[in-house]
Design a protein around this ligand. Structure first.
Ligand code: ADP
Ligand code: ADP
Length: 228
């Protein structure tokens, strides 16, 4: 589903953010990306979302090389991805319902489809009773659940989350990762950048550790049987 082949990224100012990255993430995996600040984690995600292009190597999404993709084709690649941000990026003057519905309107969904899908997705993240609330009236954990609902509503095959729990109380961070895990168990691939050691330890997922632009560790997930 996601493959990096000898990928390097050098920014215009000469900073080499990633050096010769090789990796594969299969459909249905849940992967934590860890590493200190400046390690290259965001750059790694940006190469997947086509916000940046590699200087060398290839990035493949479902077998398609996106490293030289034409700008006009990028929206089609992005539709496979639900993006979740550390700072939520909700529209504060829109209700929870409309924040999620808007993501469907943008891709041309019919009013009928929106009316059916949005309540279902809000139910999935446990926010059906908050549909008419505004983001500014909600806790960080709730806002991020709206962010998750928005990311999911167009049924992406992967969720790309950059520090999604970075602005949330530690206790509520577990709820967000629990939700991501549940989504993952339904077949959606999840890539999540995090700084939180305790979360990574708790969830037993695959862990890719980046240091100075290189993958220095890639630890397989621990299955439920192995944990028991
Ligand atoms: P992380 O997400 O792990 O903190 P980044 O991918 O943001 O790391 O950054 C990796 C390196 O690339 C850092 O040295 C950072 O300063 C540099 N960098 C990131 N974005 C840019 C940019 N747009 N221009 C120049 N250098 C950048
Ligand atoms: P501790 O020193 O707290 O015992 P370890 O170094 O044993 O933690 O790492 C625990 C797990 O977290 C390992 O599987 C490791 O790959 C992962 N990990 C390593 N670096 C980080 C990081 N910067 N952030 C989150 N998890 C990390």
């Amino acid at each position: 589903m996601i493959e990096f082949r000898n990928v390097s990224k050098v920014y215009n100012n000469g900073t080499e953010a990633l050096h010769n990255i090789n990796l594969k993430v299969e459909k249905g995996e849940f992967v934590f990306i860890v590493g200190s600040s400046g390690a290259g984690k965001s750059t790694f995600l940006k190469l997947i979302t086509c916000e940046e292009r590699p200087n060398e190597g290839q990035v493949l999404i479902d077998g398609q090389d996106i490293s030289h993709i034409r700008k006009g084709k990028i929206p089609y690649v992005r539709r496979k991805m639900g993006l979740v941000f550390q700072d939520f990026r909700l529209i504060d003057h829109m209700t929870v319902y409309d924040n999620v519905a808007f993501a469907m309107r943008v891709v041309g969904a019919s009013p009928k489809a929106i009316k059916k899908r949005v309540p279902y997705i809000l139910g999935l993240v446990g926010l059906q009773h908050k549909a008419k609330h505004y983001p500014t009236e909600m806790s960080g954990g709730e806002r991020q659940r709206v962010g998750l609902a928005r990311a999911l509503v167009n049924n992406p095959s992967m969720i790309i989350a950059d520090e999604p729990t970075g602005n949330i109380d530690p206790a509520l961070s577990y709820e967000i990762v629990d939700l991501l895990s549940a989504i993952n168990e339904r077949g959606t691939t999840v890539l999540m950048v995090t700084h939180e050691h305790s979360l990574v330890k708790h969830f037993h997922k695959r862990i890719i550790q980046i240091h100075s632009g290189e993958i220095v560790a890639d630890t397989a997930a621990i299955s439920k049987e192995q944990q028991a």
